[in-house]
Write a protein that binds this ligand. Structure first.
Ligand code: SF4
Length: 215
């Protein structure tokens, strides 16, 4: 089983996913720490009912078919019929909608949408009902962005999951995916470990290696 968060890392940058899940390296920065704070509330397992909608917090989910597991921050759920006992409701939902909390302002990111779609694929397998859409709650702007799980997004999510399994199952013998230096690297908590400005340029890397090891 691969954690759902690894899929997000992989679509952000395959090298970041490999550094974390193959090399076992993780560093925090402002963004990861703020993300932890955003998730403080949603990490507390439980449920509440608001205006007829049951909100399941920190719901563990998995897909045997895709080899994924993790948790949904919030799942909005509606039972097929009213039952007073919550435990009886759990197999009785007619509507499920995952909601993921993310840092930042309202903006579409492919990696966030694929992580949410993977949660939906898990819910569909677990509960046997279609999950056509979800939402991302952007903490900075306090606005929701609706996400439809289109065939294209489902295909992207499943393909990325297969590629991620191949990357992680190869283990440390396989070399890390190459660094590709881009503006998003400045936000990456592994910037100082990865050193993309050097490692993305073979000539610069060779020069740095010579300077380090051949003097
Ligand atoms: S610094 Fe850039 S290339 Fe390196 S792991 Fe992070 S996102 Fe990927």
């Amino acid at each position: 089983m691969i954690p759902l968060s690894a899929l997000n890392h992989y679509l952000f940058c395959p090298r970041r996913a490999a550094l974390i899940h193959v090399e076992g390296i993780f560093e925090s920065n402002e963004h990861t720490l703020r993300g932890d704070i955003v998730h403080e509330h949603t990490d507390l397992r439980g449920y509440e009912v608001r205006q007829g909608v049951t909100l399941l917090r920190a719901l563990p989910v998995f897909s045997v078919r895709l080899g994924l597991n993790g948790k949904c921050d919030i799942v909005e759920a509606e039972p097929a019929r009213a039952i007073s006992n919550f435990k009886s409701q759990i197999s009785n939902f007619r509507f499920l909608k995952p909601v993921e909390f993310k840092l930042g302002r309202r903006r579409r990111w492919e990696n966030d949408d694929a992580q949410l779609c993977a949660q939906a694929l898990c819910l569909e397998e677990m509960f046997g009902i279609p999950v056509p859409r979800g939402a991302v709650f952007h903490a900075d702007s306090k606005r929701r962005r609706e996400v439809e799980f289109t065939p294209g997004l489902r295909r992207l999510t499943e393909e990325a999951t297969r590629e991620l399994h191949a990357l992680l199952s190869a283990g440390p013998e396989r070399s890390l995916p190459p660094a590709v230096f881009k503006s998003a690297c400045q936000e990456c908590s592994l910037y100082e470990v990865c050193l993309p400005q050097v490692t993305s340029q073979p000539a610069t890397l060779a020069q740095a290696s010579r300077a380090l090891f051949q003097t």
